[in-house]
Design a protein around this ligand. Structure first.
Ligand SMILES: [Mg+2]
Length: 405
């Protein structure tokens, strides 16, 4: 954030509907460590004079930052790692500080966020920060802010810092923090959970409904959630209930499946960028294969149900390896290795507890519209009505996204 610019005019003006604070769109390219801005011009086209006699031309301005004769420009040195925060307005602010601010990431919110991050620097060092809007310049819903990495705090500590949670709550903004390195923008493998991630249903529940055994399946699910039985055991018990179900059930279920909004666009965009993609599902292979074909994915891994010798019905048994949390993590590593992709260049997206291991293993792990406990434990979380918003985490602007999907 370029600080130290002064108001364009001292003449009294009627108060604007929305405070015009802090959108610093200077295209100045800092090549050294500037110490102090000496002058105080702020008109577009004017020059800022800095202490060593060099100048920066202001290319755009929209401010009323308090004037100061000499404002320190951040002296934070660049570490080997930067930090990148993506701020997404969710429309759920706990208090409204500006009219309409529920719909965009306001200038005040950006300032407060940078201030909050500055406070976290231990020992204190003012962060070097810049920001850019990824969708709309005037009323951005998504803003990216780059920082120097605070010392003494690692990324996991930062993501859990209560000051950031308080900021999110107050402004209704979700903050997604990532290491800002070459791999942040250049991922090459994306793995997805299926149920309630790529598709909106839980397939086991749909099958249960289809065969009229919802109550039995729900009871097993509840026991698993209470920790009485683990995922593999609950899967076996639920599958046992499917004994005698016509093998055609999956064909019929395809008409029930609805893709999560943005799933097709996200996969299309990633495909165009050359990604390998996989669905890693704790559900069943016939539907995982269907999802793979529909979305143009490269791999589908899921559980395999045994069909009777005459091919007519399910036996209520499973064959092959069960796809649970550990298996998903292993598959991510295996597919990455097969394609020569370093783990920093991978993304894992899911909503369930059995997705947490792969999320933590991946370069970017996102809990998408996940249960509260999964959101709390995941590396990042995003609550959005479209999966396409994941593209913002890769730094793609709305215009760039339009080129891809
Ligand atoms: Mg799921």
């Amino acid at each position: 954030m370029t600080a130290g610019l002064t108001p364009t005019s001292a003449a009294p003006e009627p108060a604007p509907a929305r405070p015009l604070i802090g959108r610093a769109n200077s295209s100045a390219f800092f090549k050294g460590q500037l110490k102090n801005i000496l002058g105080a011009p702020s008109q577009v086209g004017e020059k800022l004079v800095v202490e060593d006699g060099r100048t920066i031309r202001i290319t755009a301005t929209k401010y009323s930052i308090p004037p100061s004769d000499s404002v320190a420009v951040p002296l934070a040195t660049y570490g080997d790692k930067g930090l990148l925060a993506t701020l997404i307005q969710t429309g759920k602010a706990s208090e409204l500080l500006e009219p309409g601010a529920a719909n965009y990431v306001s200038d005040l919110a950006i300032f407060e966020f940078i201030g909050t991050m500055d406070q976290l620097m231990v020992p204190y060092i003012k962060s070097h920060a810049y920001h850019r809007a990824l969708d709309s310049v005037t009323d951005p819903r998504v803003v990216e802010i780059g920082f120097s990495m605070p010392q003494m705090l690692d990324l996991q500590d930062l993501r859990r810092h209560e000051d950031l949670w308080r900021f999110e709550e107050k402004w209704g903004i979700e903050v997604i923090l990532q290491t800002n390195d070459a791999f942040r923008r250049h991922k090459r493998l994306a793995v997805f959970d299926m149920d309630s991630t790529l598709i909106q249903q839980e397939v086991v529940d749909e099958i249960a409904r289809f065969v009229g055994k919802e109550a039995e399946v729900s009871a097993i699910t509840a026991r698993a959630m209470n920790g009485e039985i683990d995922f593999s055991e609950s899967l076996r018990q639920r599958v046992a209930l499917l004994k005698g179900v016509p093998a055609t059930v999956f064909e019929e279920l395809k008409s029930v499946i609805t893709f999560t909004p943005g799933a097709r666009e996200l996969c299309k965009a990633l495909k165009m960028l050359g990604y390998k993609m996989a669905v890693l599902s704790g559900g069943f292979i016939p539907l995982a294969n269907y999802v793979k074909e529909e979305l143009g994915l490269d791999y589908a891994y899921a559980n395999q149900l045994v069909v009777s010798a005459d091919g007519k019905e399910l036996t209520g048994e499973l064959t092959g390896e069960i796809v649970h949390a550990e298996r998903k993590e292993l598959l991510l590593q295996q597919i990455a290795a097969e394609n020569g992709v370093p783990l920093q260049q991978t993304i894992a997206i899911g909503d369930g507890a059995n997705d947490l291991k792969m999320m933590h293993r991946a370069g970017l792990g996102v809990a998408f519209n996940a249960k509260a406990i999964v959101q709390a434990e995941a590396p990042c979380r995003m609550n959005s009505n479209t999966l396409k918003d994941v593209l913002y985490l890769l730094g793609l602007t709305r215009e760039e996204q339009a080129q891809l999907c």
